[in-house]
Design a protein around this ligand. Sequence first.
Ligand code: ZN
Ligand code: MN
Length: 129
Amino acid sequence: MRKMKQKRMTKQKAVVYEILCSTDTHPTADWIYEQARKRIPEISLGTVYRNLQVLLEDKKIIELNYGKGQSRFDGNPNPHYHFVCEKCGRIYDFAQDGPWVGEDVLTAAPGMVKSCRFECYGICRDCLD
Ligand code: ZN
Ligand code: MN
């Protein structure tokens, strides 16, 4: 019985992770939940949140919180820059691998940098058209 439950948790976690990795839209937990229900009808929003927390602790995903609205999640845990559209709210990955903030900036920090986040804000190409 215990083993069954364990196995099911693992499956739910795998589904949450797969859904997140299948998109580059940086979705909310609600969106992930809607997708997960198509594959596991009995899954709950709480389970989705719990598994997102576990994946965050495992450093397999990252959480993007902009202080307003729901957190967004990203299946790519490697350092990369984001572009936030102030009109439609979409979050895009930068298309290229840099240039990145240089080491000189990091050494100017008044302490030891453990991680950093870089975002640009503006209007995306879709919204400009
Ligand atoms: Zn936009
Ligand atoms: Mn991203």
